[in-house]
Design a protein around this ligand. Structure first.
Ligand SMILES: [Zn+2]
Length: 129
């Protein structure tokens, strides 16, 4: 299994994914922290704030597609409540906390490695060098 990595042009972060159609492309539920779908934006009481989408999700062998928007450039949509914004932040915190060392990473920890940070994954990952 080859792990492909893309560099996110807006913050220089590397993340498992690939370039497809000229934009960073991720599998279902493996998008980096800070990127959300239009629906997640709306659920959180946010709107894209005039920004276009910057990455995409593709799953079911490319049959399903969703645009991803940057959370940091999103704007509260009129009527967003503090509770909505707080619950979004809280959900992100959970997804960013390593299940092994308990540290909070700056990125969302992927489910495929048991939500462990890269450090824990590297040291206990069983990848023979
Ligand atoms: Zn860790």
């Amino acid at each position: 299994m080859t792990a492909q990595v893309v560099t996110l042009p807006w913050n220089g972060q590397s993340w498992p994914g690939r370039m497809d159609d000229g934009v960073p492309t991720f599998g279902y539920r493996s998008a980096p922290a800070g990127l959300v779908t239009r629906r997640q934006l709306r659920d959180a009481g946010l709107c894209p704030g005039g920004q276009d989408w910057v990455a995409q999700l593709k799953w079911r062998r490319g049959k399903s597609w969703a645009a991803l928007y940057r959370l940091d450039t999103a704007k509260p949509s009129p009527g967003a409540t503090t509770a909505q914004l707080y619950s979004l932040w809280k959900a992100n915190q959970v997804l960013r906390t390593c299940t092994e060392c308990g540290r909070t990473a700056s990125y969302r920890l992927p489910k495929f490695n048991g939500r462990r940070c890269w450090d824990c994954d590297r040291t206990s990952g069983g990848e023979a060098a």
